[in-house]
Each structure stands twice: as C-alpha cells, then as structure tokens.
Design a binder for this molecule. Structure first.
Ligand code: ADP
Ligand code: MG
Length: 493
C-alpha cells in the first residue's frame, strides 16, 4: 500500500461524539551531527563547557567573517541519508533563513531550503515485534543550531551563551505517514537507533541532541488531511506520545463543537498535560530565504558517496534478520538485541560457538534484566561476555543446573571471577552420580511413607518429591536423573 494514503488501523481510531477520528502525524527531527567541530567553523562542539568558551569569530557573526564548510559534517549527512535509504543530492544549496532572535547573532540561520543534501527515503518501523510500517522521509538538510538565552543567571538581565551557535544539525522531515502516538514513538525510536548505529548523532535527548517538532492533525476516516498544528521542540519520546494524544483530543473537541483549527505553532507542557499556542504558523516566505552568497553550492561526485557507502556499518534491519537466521532467534529476541548495537555485539560475543537460543535467553532475561534494575547500559556491565559465555558453557555441558546457574550468575555479577573456577571452588557442580542421587531419594522416601502412598494414587504428587530431593541436594542434583529414579522408586514409571 502507498504509505502516503495509509489509513489508521481501526483500533487506533479515537471515538468522538460525532463518530470516529483518525490522527495524522508528521515529524521534523533535529539531530545534532556527531562532529568535533561546528558546521562552518573550527570551534569545539563539546557539551557542558564554560559559557562562550567555544565561540569563534564566525560563530559570533563578527563583520566580514566567512563560513567554511566542515567536510566531516557533510559526510555525516550523506551517511545518514544512505542509512535512511534516501536519494543523495550531489548538488545542494545553503540558504539564509532570516529571523531575529537574541541568541542568533547573524540575524539569520544558514540552512537548506529548496535544494537539501538528501532527498526522499524511507525507513521500516516496528510498532510491535510482529507489526511494522514503512514511513516516508521527505528530506534531510543541514543547518546551524542557534545559541542559548540564559534567563536564570541574574534577576533583571538575560545572558546569551553562544557555545552551541553554529553547531551542525540535520533536520530530518518525515511524510505525514504516522497514525498514532505509538507509531510516532516507534518511529523516533527507530530513527534514533539508526543514527546511533551510523555514529552520526548520539541521540541524547536529555542534552537536546535530538528533538522533535510534532505535526498533528485529525480527520474522519477516508477524508482528506485536516489542518495541522506543529508542537515545537519536544525533547523525550514519552512526551512525543503524550503531545500527540493531547493535541489530537484538543482538535477533535474544537471540530466537534463546530469550530475550525488554526494552523499554528504550539508548545507541549508536560506538567499540565496540555499544548499551548506559541504563535501563528509562519510561512516560508516570512523568512525571506535566499542562497547564502558566502557559500558556493555544495557539490561532490558519486565516488565520494560510494566511499561512504562502503564504510557503513551493518544497520539494524539487516542485523535483526541476520541474528534471527544465524542464531535461530525469535523476531522478538532479535529486535530486543538490535535496539542498541552494543547489545547486539555483546550477544554475539556470548553466542559465538555456543547455542544461540540459550545465549539469547541469558543475555536478554538475566543480564539485561539485571542491568535494567541497576539502570546501567550494557557498556557498563560488570559481567563480561566471556564470563556470561562461561556460565552458558557450564549449563550446556551439564556441569550446573539452571537454578545453580542463577546462583552462579549472582556470584559472578557481584564478586567477578571465572565461572568454572568458582563452580569448582564452591562445590556447585551438578550431581549426576546416580548412586548419590539414589541415596538422597531413599532418605526422602523413608521419611515420608504417607506421601509415598498419596503419590501412588496421584502421580502428580511426584513433583513434591522432586522438590524435596532438589532441596536436600542444595539444588545440585541433575533434575532429569532425579525424575527418572523417583518414578522408578515410586513405581510410577
Ligand atoms: P513546514 O516547513 O512549514 O513545517 P513542511 O511541509 O516541511 O512544512 O512539513 C512539516 C511536517 O508536517 C512534515 O513532517 C509533514 O509530514 C507534516 N505534515 C504535513 N501536513 C500534515 C498534516 N495535515 N497533518 C500532520 N502532519 C502534516
Ligand atoms: Mg517546520
């Protein structure tokens, strides 16, 4: 189906007083380019420096200063375009977008308007592990970030910090292909994953390195698109979802009361759970765009693009498909692993030469579960892939049972060490010696003659004996051997 005319899943519709409504969403993502220097100057982009310590004469817009394009930022934009399956434009143009803001010393932002560096593309978005949609990308262009006004430093004055002035941003504009808050959140999540794989933006929303303008409109199913409002600068994925729902409800309320939607720019207030009008929507002609006379059109040849293409890493979709087939994983497990490339790398280091499903189970359920509890990501894991692999080996060899493995996991997590050595030193080996197991079973049977009678009448009672035997052996008895010998002794086999 053509993504542009995609209808919402009936489940995603909103019930109103006058019938069902459908939400239409398009996102403009501002992603800070990973680069040591700014887009048109050599100043550092390092975060958190003393105010105004990373400001060149170009960034401060001193008269007569000339911008010089940073080739690394161009490469990052092209890499990103390739990662979004998009058309790369070998010729693009930088324009001046004119407006006044105290933290914009040039009085204009250098951006790209009619001729962006990257054209149409598309990405696949998993809304659930088994349901995916294709979202169209309209364009990606390069532009400068502005500085920052500081209003909390002085009782009567505002200050300006120009450290961020001139830092390169990629604006990535989606088609209005999204139909629910969940789809919008999944889209941003996927886009951020791709950017991180590419190494072109760190996706750190807390630092403002990735922020979204959320365009929302509503319509009755089957009708043309309605008038949209643009919610500016939403800085977390959760807030993007909330802003969509709150704004859609507001618009439905107005329309059902017989009103009309004014196209405007709004702000989302998470504390109040509402969007507020900021200004009426500006039109492109308000900015008096014109090609920046200080910059030649940006041109490169196919070989430049080809070289960057060859250098691209394996991207999430390809990695997901490969992990699923190479290691026999479910789509769900593969999706969890590829969400961050560091997670997939960790998994592959554990799975190498071992059973893939067991490795995935231990990485996802035990390791990620544990990391999550301590709010750590996999790069800060106290347990190495070698150590977890060692535990998986001991399970595979039948040296330890699953329940002992969990105890061993705990020990290695908190104390470190080599799993095999720890098992030997602490006597955690699984007992497969049937003679020893038989002795324990005989003792349990002798102590519980009444239960033996019950078990003979009701074979499911055998489970109680298994529990007792496992307990008496400190969890070390081989469960298969216990089951087998018990069945024989109780005459259930
Ligand atoms: P502008 O530059 O004025 O913000 P664009 O044409 O670049 O306008 O579109 C901005 C965003 O708005 C895009 O992501 C697009 O998908 C989205 N959009 C366009 N029309 C609608 C609509 N009717 N409802 C929701 N989103 C829309
Ligand atoms: Mg816009």
């Amino acid at each position: 189906m053509n993504a542009h005319v995609r209808a919402a899943d009936p489940k995603q519709r909103i019930k109103g007083a006058t019938g069902d409504w459908e939400i239409v969403i398009g996102l403009e993502i501002h992603a800070q380019v990973t680069s040591r220097a700014k887009l048109f100057s050599g100043s550092s982009t390092a975060f958190g420096a003393e105010p105004n310590s990373h400001v060149s004469l170009v960034d401060a817009a001193m008269p007569g200063m000339l911008p010089v394009i940073n080739e690394e930022c161009v490469k990052q934009a092209v890499r990103t375009g390739l990662g979004l399956n998009a058309r790369i434009n070998n010729r693009s143009v930088f324009d001046r977008k004119n407006y006044f803001y105290p933290d914009l010393p040039q009085g204009y932002q250098i951006s790209q308007y009619k001729s962006p560096i990257v054209g149409e593309g598309e990405i696949m978005v998993d809304v659930t592990p088994t349901q995916s949609i294709t979202v169209g990308i309209e364009r990606l262009h390069l532009e400068q970030d502005a500085g920052k006004s500081l209003h909390d430093q002085h009782p009567t004055m505002s200050f300006v910090d120009l450290n961020r002035s001139g830092v390169a941003l990629m604006e990535i504009v989606s088609r209005p292909d999204l139909r629910s808050a969940d789809e919008a959140k999944a889209y941003v999540t996927k886009l951020r994953t791709i950017l991180r794989y590419l190494g072109t933006c760190d996706g750190d929303m807390e630092k403002g390195n990735l922020r979204a303008d959320v365009n929302v409109s509503v319509r009755k199913p089957g009708e043309p698109f309605g008038t949209r409002c643009e919610i500016k600068n939403v800085n977390s994925i959760r807030f993007i979802g909330q802003a969509v729902d709150v704004e859609a409800r507001r618009q439905i309320g107005i329309l059902e009361d017989g009103g009309t939607i004014d196209q405007e720019t709004r702000l989302y207030d998470p504390a109040k759970g509402e969007t507020r009008s900021m200004r009426s929507k500006e039109e492109a002609h308000d900015y008096r765009y014109f090609p920046d006379p200080d910059l030649l059109p940006l041109e490169f040849d196919d070989a430049f693009v080809e070289t960057l293409k060859i250098g691209l890493p394996e991207l999430p979709d390809a990695k997901k498909a490969r992990l699923a087939s190479q290691y026999g994983l479910s789509p769900y497990d593969a999706a969890v692993l590829v969400a961050e490339h560091e997670q997939a790398n960790f998994f592959e280091a554990v799975a190498k030469g071992r059973d893939g499903k067991t490795a995935a189970n231990w990485v996802i359920n035990e390791l990620f579960g544990r990391l999550n509890k301590e709010s750590k990501d996999v790069t800060a894991s106290p347990m190495s892939a070698d150590q977890l692999g060692g535990i998986v080996d001991l399970i595979g060899e039948g040296v330890i049972s699953g329940s002992i493995a969990k105890q061993l996991f705990e020990i290695i997590w908190t104390e470190g060490g080599d799993p095999r050595a720890v098992v030997a030193a602490r006597g955690m080996k699984q007992v497969t010696d049937t003679g020893a197991i038989e002795k324990v079973i005989d003792a349990v049977i002798a102590a519980n003659p009444d239960k033996v009678e019950q078990a003979k009448a009701k074979p499911t009672m055998a489970g109680w004996f298994v529990g007792q035997v496992m307990k008496a052996s400190g969890g070390k008895a081989n469960p298969a051997a216990v089951n087998e010998i018990l069945a024989r002794k109780l005459g259930l086999g």
